[in-house]
Design a protein around this ligand. Structure first.
Ligand code: 5GP
Length: 196
């Protein structure tokens, strides 16, 4: 991976439905230096998603070709679909930007193995499981089967919190956002965040 000088790479992971996508977009809007890493996926686009903005939506055989050609820094199979971060996109972005990754624990593990990255790993959770279920239902973007699958994966997913530098509870979006901003700014200045 090419060096981006002092530029940082922020990973935001969470069980599905915690509000990660909203927060990722908010960080990018408020901090001009940040670019969101747009992943490739074989998942079907949701009605509100735009190809090349939310994801690059590609076919399974195309994704498997990219794996074979070693073009991903990380990739994972999640809920029967592939998701991955293309090396080329990251290498281009990091030269002039900080990057936010909305990826799962499997991808985080893979990126962590690449030494010399300026990674900041944040794990987001809701205050309890009931709140997560409420969010998944209110999102109204998945079938009830998919909601069930995502809810059940919570236990498996949350076991990986130890692989992260920070755990942030998203009880209130504004509070959660300001905590993430503090973490980010402290890493840009290379000191520990002061939450008081
Ligand atoms: P969704 O289908 O709800 O957009 O995303 C499902 C999960 O895939 C989320 O936890 C999201 O963070 C994760 N994800 C999205 N893109 C990537 C990627 O490029 N790599 C990995 N490892 N996970 C990803």
């Amino acid at each position: 991976m090419r060096s981006g000088g002092d530029n940082i790479m922020v990973i935001l992971s969470s069980p599905s439905g915690v509000g990660k996508t909203t927060l990722t977009k908010k960080i990018q809007q408020k901090n001009q230096s940040f670019k969101i890493s747009v992943s490739h996926t074989t998942r079907k686009p949701r009605s509100n998603e735009v190809d090349g903005v939310d994801y690059f939506f590609i076919k399974k055989n195309e994704f498997e070709r990219l794996i074979k050609e070693n073009q991903f820094y990380e990739h994972a199979k999640i809920f029967e679909n592939y998701y991955g971060t293309l090396k080329k996109n990251v290498d281009e972005s990091i030269i002039n930007n900080d990057i936010i990754f909305d990826i799962d624990w499997q991808g985080t593990k893979q990126l962590s193995k690449i030494k010399s990255l300026n990674l900041v790993k944040i794990y987001l959770i809701t205050k309890n499981k009931g709140e997560l279920k409420r969010r998944l239902l209110s999102r109204n973007q998945n079938t009830s089967e998919e909601i069930d699958k995502r809810f059940k994966s919570y236990e498996k997913d949350i076991k990986h919190w130890k692989d992260y530098d920070y755990i942030v509870i998203n009880e209130n979006l504004d509070v959660c956002f300001s905590q993430i901003e503090k973490i980010i700014h402290s890493h840009k200045k290379r000191k520990l965040p002061d939450f008081n």
